[in-house]
Write a new protein. Sequence first.
Length: 171
Amino acid sequence: MLERRLESLLFASRWLMAPFYVGLAVALGVLLVKFVQELLHLLPHVLELKEAEVILAILSLIDLSLAGSLLMIVIFSGYESFVSKIEVGDHEDRPEWMGKVDFGGLKMKLVASIVAISAIHLLKTFMNVGNVPEEQIRWQVIIHVAFVVSGVFLALMDWLVERAHDAGGHG
């Protein structure tokens, strides 16, 4: 009896995660504000900016959109994995991957997004290399390589676990 109540309480505690996902949705709104701010800053000056400056501004917009996509992946997958299924029926705009991404898939999507965001920051630095201290460039390269290597090792670990699982006859 006590065990069943404890388990019910623990299961119900998953709803404590819901405010985190609501907060991330608010953060998505904050990113949208920054995106619009960057776009409005770019548009009036687009004809007077050099090509490299326009590309840097566009890379900033891409960076913000990737961060927004990353937030959506975390919100949808995290909520569905840890709180409750999102019931939108057969809505035509429901992302195909919703409900199908497990924790391992979520982890890989997160790592891929982080590597892409890091790559954009690195590209922005390389395009502005004359104005960036060498030490900063070195650290950005080191951090980016660390993200890439981490992603490769995470993928390798997932592959090894899946392969061991399949070899054990549980697949």
